[in-house]
Design a protein around this ligand. Structure first.
Ligand code: NAD
Ligand code: UD1
Length: 348
């Protein structure tokens, strides 16, 4: 049985689905601070059987001990965490407590229970403003400019030191680039509980006429059209990457780092025009100054994951946008979406 912390969240839910589709038994542990039980029901609907669910906090050592005592956990995928950059600046202690202390508590409980296989949701944010593109795992980690990024890098350091001290650990640090998209069925996707910070969820709400305009942060970057470039990766590809990492860690000990990205970057304007092309929906835009802490360019060298895990992202930008829009239309209907959804589904 695989324990997925944060499995009611955006990425964890997709990972849980893919693990279950592969035949694994899955136990989700989540405190639901940024998700809801509905997602667990949605996972059951998509897969055709229910995952286990424990409503608990990764900082709660007693709850973790009980989980490891009661269930035959062989490995953990650790997605639980807080991820809003702006909030992390306002509430740094909460971020360090959850993302760093929560990870420490989990690792301690795992070690005491004799469970030494761990896959961790890390982020390309740990590279900071990398001078070299594409970014390979050998690039030095930078100095993240906000507590969220710092907490992710600290959690990585914790896991590296831990594995260096005890050869029984098999740890995969997955550095996600920019996960977007949704499950192909339209039944699972991202459900922002606050004003979204990230491009795609914000764009979807503008397209859905829940917000007036997409603000483009910066049009004077040293990129071909002046807007920021990122490596967007389909959440289903990302989920597949976790499965490959788990397989690898079955045989290998130590710490292994993999970038999960496509290797191709798109600017904000390219994303918007691809979205308009795929959905037929116009997105009103407003150009604004750069967002503090943003970098101009960021895309992965995914060669290590391809070589070691046999993993490459299979879905392109248009497919990611189609799937995200299908999820939005089916679950947050505002504008008359029927034709658009049907068109997306036919094309998908
Ligand atoms: P999410 O907020 O949708 O999911 C996180 C889940 O963790 C939520 O269900 C939340 O309720 C749960 N959680 C938070 N604190 C918890 C705690 N103390 N105990 C138990 N559960 C807790 O976020 P997501 O996008 O699915 O991200 C998952 C992980 O991936 C996070 O660690 C995030 O930092 C990392 N990550 C995400 C992105 C991204 O763009 N989404 C990029 C890089 C890394
Ligand atoms: C953000 C986080 C990063 C995190 C990553 C994935 C910041 C500063 N960084 O990075 O720590 O790891 O998400 O969760 O928040 N954009 C707009 N308008 C918007 C939103 C975004 O123009 O309303 C632009 C941004 O300036 C950027 C691109 O879109 O050029 C992507 O932004 P976003 O989705 O927030 O991801 P990152 O900036 O890569």
């Amino acid at each position: 049985m695989i324990l997925v912390t944060g499995g009611a969240g955006y990425i964890g839910a997709h990972v849980a689905v893919e693990l279950m589709n592969r035949g694994d038994a899955v136990l989700i542990l989540d405190n639901l601070c940024n998700s809801s039980r509905t997602t667990v029901q949605r996972i059951a609907k998509v897969v055709g059987r229910e995952p286990g669910f424990i409503h608990a906090d990764v900082r709660n050592r007693r709850a973790l001990d009980n989980v490891f005592k009661e269930y035959p956990i062989e490995a953990v995928v650790h997605c639980a965490g807080l991820k809003a950059v702006g909030e992390s600046v306002r509430e740094p202690l909460r971020y360090f407590e959850t993302n760093v202390s929560g990870s420490v508590t989990l690792c301690q409980a795992m070690a005491d229970a004799g469970v030494f296989k761990l896959v961790f949701s890390s982020s390309a944010t740990v590279y900071g403003d990398c001078a070299q593109m594409p970014i390979a795992e050998t690039c030095p980690t930078g100095q993240p400019t906000n507590p969220y990024g710092q907490s992710k890098l600290m959690a990585e350091h914790v896991m590296r030191s831990m594995a260096a001290s005890d050869g029984r650990w098999s740890v995969g640090l997955l550095r996600y680039f920019n996960p977007i998209g949704a499950h192909f069925s339209g039944q699972l996707g991202e459900t922002p509980t606050q004003t979204p910070n990230n491009l795609l969820p914000y764009l979807l709400q503008v397209a859905n006429r829940e917000r007036d305009v997409l603000r483009i942060f910066g049009s004077d970057y040293p990129t071909p059209d002046g807007t920021g470039i990122r490596d967007y990766v389909h959440v289903m590809d990302l989920a597949e990457g976790h499965l490959r990492a788990m397989e690898f860690l079955r045989e290998q000990t130590g710490v292994h780092i993999w970038n999960l990205g496509t290797g191709r970057g798109y600017s904000v304007l390219e994303v918007v025009s691809a979205f308009e092309r795929v959905t037929g929906v116009t997105v009103p835009l407003a150009f604004e100054p750069r967002r503090p802490g943003d970098i101009a360019r960021c895309w992965a060298d995914p060669g290590k994951a391809a070589g070691q895990l046999g993993w490459t992202a299979r879905h392109g930008l248009e497919r990611m946008l189609q799937d995200a829009w299908r999820w939005q239309c089916l679950n947050f209907p505002r504008i008359e979406p029927r034709e658009v959804v049907l068109r997306s589904i036919e094309q998908g």
